[in-house]
Design a protein around this ligand. Sequence first.
Ligand code: SF4
Length: 250
Amino acid sequence: MTYPTRQAPRAADVRALGRSLSECRACPRLVDWREETARVKRPAFRDWDYWARPVPGFGPADARMLLVGLAPAAHGGNRTGRMFTGDRAGDVLVAALHDLGLASQPTSTHSGDGLQLYGVRFTSPVHCAPPANKPTPAERDTCRPWLVRELELLRPTLRTVVALGAFGWQAVLPVLGEGGWSLPRPRPAFAHGARLELPPTRRGGAPLAVHGCYHVTQRNTFTGRLTPAMLRDVLRTAALEAGLPARTAP
Ligand code: SF4
């Protein structure tokens, strides 16, 4: 039995889940990479003491909306210890959430910077930075118990999921199928602006809406494939559907 399979179901809340997850060394290739990156560093970050461990989800334990990315960036979350922090993807995402009134500040620079998310949580299907941002299917599957448990813990309040990119979409759908919601067959392909409504399979459960959004990678945002307006549109739609008071962006 792997460490995630053994430990994730035991976490009583998302804080305990994060503590347990941050000790994980189940994927040898990713452990090597996250630690090697921290040794070599980027010149701009040479004074940083990199986190170099798995990066837990971030946001309130009673979030109504969950944003699911891919994995931490080698010099972003792997450096700061907080998801979507210290890199261009985090800048774009947090600025959009702040525009909508869902984040306390427009920037996300380091773990003690005071950022709070309102009703929104970040997570990822793979919690360690992978080489070339490409985890293997085996690494995704090894990491899956952490996401399964996080979704179980969030289920009482969770109403929408925004999958950032095809990897997040493909990784989160089967987990939702296990976690108490019914998936359509065949499983719909990822598209920006795609929306699914998943009925609950358990008595007393609530439906869950899943939205597809291009990932906030530098490549997507620099090329204009994903503009700030496109991102805000998806986030605002998903937030309103979750019952969060997203305002119209300025
Ligand atoms: S990717 Fe997930 S399962 Fe693999 S070492 Fe990191 S936290 Fe553990």
